[in-house]
Design a protein around this ligand. Structure first.
Ligand code: GLU
Length: 267
């Protein structure tokens, strides 16, 4: 499928998974990668496109800061880690974006915001104003007060959150960066015949069960949550691409219309 129409996308939401910005071996933030990411996002902004980032990594950064070795199980510990880590994460983003003179903002939201007309309208107005001011908003779930996302491993996650944000800001494109290349016909780690699906024009039950088979164990959201995100995005009229965040050049290649990852076409 010809993807040259992606070159015209103006308002772009980029979701960064924890796996993309941390070293898998240690769980520490991968500063070299964060630096390249920030440079690339600023460069996209410099092309007069609007960028919204949905970044995970707060709990991971908080764990490191607090010296907690094991993945926390208790909700209050996860929330404390998120509260400490979110500040650290933003401090690093702030520092790196400042090198390029790019102003950023922090927006912490919960899914509940989307359910209330008044808070939804407030959030919409804030995003609109920030984008008008050429700011890059950096969004995360407000984990310290919201229990939707971190309570259960695979329910509520930054995948669906990023689709909600894409809907809220009426984005033209949502790019989900993860530790997988895209949607496969089966789990590529166990089935070498599994094939990458480059294009999905509608999500049905067969596709959803395929996603279950290809579920990834890393991070919070597996393929199931990515399909849930694709559904929200498609219904909101937002095209979405799932691609591997290991190679950050994937972002510019997607925006250049190259066939990277899986493209989910909006309805
Ligand atoms: N909001 C969580 C964090 O920043 C991550 C959730 C996710 O990875 O989907 O740590």
């Amino acid at each position: 499928m010809d993807r040259s129409f992606l070159k015209d996308k103006k308002r772009i939401v980029v979701k960064i998974g924890t796996s993309t910005i941390t070293h898998t071996s240690t769980g520490n933030l991968n500063l070299g990668k964060l630096e390249r990411l920030v440079r690339m996002l600023t460069d996209i902004r410099n092309q007069d496109k609007e960028v919204v980032v949905v970044s995970s990594g707060a709990i991971g950064a908080g764990r490191k800061a607090l010296g907690i070795k094991e993945r926390p199980k208790t909700l209050s510990v996860k929330q404390a880690c998120a509260a400490v880590g979110q500040a650290r994460l933003m401090m690093i983003y702030q520092k790196l974006f400042a090198e390029y003179n790019q102003t950023i903002a922090q927006i912490l939201i919960t899914k509940r915001i989307m359910l209330n007309e008044i808070s939804k309208a407030n959030a919409e107005n804030t995003f609109a104003e920030l984008l008008h001011m050429e700011v890059i908003p950096i969004v995360n779930e407000n984990d310290p007060i919201s229990t939707d996302q971190i309570q259960e491993e695979n329910f509520g996650d930054n995948d669906t959150l990023s689709a909600n944000v894409a809907e809220l800001v009426k984005a033209d494109l949502l790019i989900l960066l993860s530790d997988i290349n895209g949607l496969y016909t089966d789990d590529p780690r166990t089935n070498k015949n599994a094939k990458l699906i480059p294009y999905v024009d509608h999500i049905d039950a067969a596709l959803e069960s395929m996603a279950k088979g290809a579920d990834s164990n890393y991070g919070t959201g597996g393929m199931t949550t990515k399909i849930a995100a694709a559904k929200i995005a498609a219904e909101a009229g937002v095209d979405m691409v799932i691609a591997n965040g290991e190679h950050l050049s994937n972002i510019s290649r997607i925006l250049n219309g190259e066939e990277i990852g899986t493209l989910f076409k909006a309805m």
